[in-house]
Design a protein around this ligand. Structure first.
Ligand code: AOF
Ligand code: ZN
Length: 365
């Protein structure tokens, strides 16, 4: 096998931690000696062993003189676990091939440097783009301390999210809807506006065996959420945060009695201060959010600059109708040069639908 193949194996291993490592990165590692894999592992849970130490723990023979392929620069700090650089040196590993750089200020090049100074042959940026694709969330969170927000919606070929009567079940097919369940598992939080709760009474959980449900975040400026809604009735099972812009002691106490956390974060217009909410959530180690609308909240989110990625499912059908809803409502752009701009990251077919992934071109927070 070639260096590339070993690194791709490490990338595959890293992916197994998806949904479980937050707010830590997805990392995979493979140790090779005399052309054979003698150890491999991945980071499986925040607080658990790092990928390098998992790989070392699985060694089938001594690793002296071996090569370590790791998707992220080894750490060199005492965190929840001791530095991986120490473990690499203790094992007498001769060569380390690194994919992504670690923007964590505690690491940021120092990991590679320590290894080099100890006489290890270090190669950086190996298949870096592929490795980087594992961790857009971590790269954002470790430098900004706010969640990486992914705006997700499903629309018809003509950009509608419902028919003129408001019916929306279903836009996309079963495979795409299953993929959404996987996305909910992958990200730490799921956020919707109160309009969606009032209209659909959703649960916003994950119904897949062995997967986790995200923290539910409801933007509800005037604290209108019905105590009888399914969200409120299941708040003891699924962590729920309601963000509002009004002080209402009595309602607040009632919601809190149901197990809901209420965050009062008003902006100048009496709506929820979204950048403020992102800081609040980041402080609580929520590193990523799947934003599932509706159109009003989507527009506010774009306007406030918190959206980092868009995932648009496009169904092979047309609803038509001037009144039918679209994914982003509000005022929108006045002229084309006021558009929010994105770069296509990935296009894939999911059943009969297409999933388009775009990264925001807007910098900041
Ligand atoms: C991981 N898993 O496989 C690697 C990480 O405080 P700790 O011990 O949880 O360390 C977290 C930091 O370690 C993380 O921010 C990243 O910079 C570095 N590498 N982290 O959770 C891993 N290799
Ligand atoms: Zn480490």
């Amino acid at each position: 096998m070639t260096d590339q193949e070993y690194m791709r194996r490490a990338i595959g291993l890293a992916g197994k931690g998806e949904g479980w490592t937050s707010p830590n990165p997805l990392v995979g590692a493979v140790i090779v000696k005399h052309g054979a894999i003698i150890g491999e592992g991945f980071h499986g849970r925040c607080g658990g062993l790092h990928a390098e130490r998992e790989a070392i723990a699985s060694l089938t023979e001594p690793a002296d003189g071996a090569t370590l392929y790791v998707t992220l620069e080894p750490c060199c700090h005492y965190g929840k676990t001791p530095p991986c650089t120490e473990a690499v040196l203790e094992q007498g590993i001769a060569r380390v091939v690194i994919g992504s750089r670690d923007p964590n200020p505690k690491v940021a090049g120092k990991g590679a440097q320590i290894l080099r100074e100890a006489g290890v042959q270090v190669e950086e940026d190996f298949l870096r783009e592929e490795c980087d694709r594992l961790n857009p969330v971590f790269f954002h969170y470790i430098t900004h301390r706010t969640p990486y927000v992914v705006m997700k919606y499903a629309m018809t070929l003509d950009g509608k999210i419902a028919t003129r009567t408001g019916a929306s079940k279903w836009i996309t097919g079963e495979e795409a809807r299953n993929r959404v369940q996987l996305l909910r598992h992958r990200y730490s939080g799921i956020m919707v506006g109160i309009g969606t709760v009032l209209a659909d009474d959703p649960l916003l959980n994950v119904r897949l065996e062995g997967k986790k449900s995200p923290v539910r975040i409801i933007c509800d400026s005037r604290l209108r959420i019905p105590l009888q809604s399914r969200i409120c009735r299941t708040a003891k099972e699924y962590r729920t945060i309601v963000a509002c812009a009004v002080e209402d002691e009595e309602r607040r106490r009632r919601l809190e009695a149901l197990g809901i956390t209420v965050a009062v974060l008003p902006d100048h217009q009496g709506k929820v201060d979204l950048p403020g909410l992102m800081e609040y959530l980041g402080d609580r180690e929520i590193d990523s959010i799947l934003l599932e609308g509706g159109g009003g909240l989507n527009e506010s989110a774009l306007r406030s600059g918190i959206v980092k990625e868009v995932k648009a499912f496009v169904a092979p059908k047309i609803f038509g109708g001037a009144q039918a809803l679209t994914p982003v409502a509000g005022l929108g752009a006045g002229t084309p040069d006021q558009a929010w701009m994105f770069t296509l990251a990935r296009a894939e077919q999911v059943g009969e639908d297409v999933l388009l992934t775009y990264r925001s071109r807007t910098e900041g927070r």
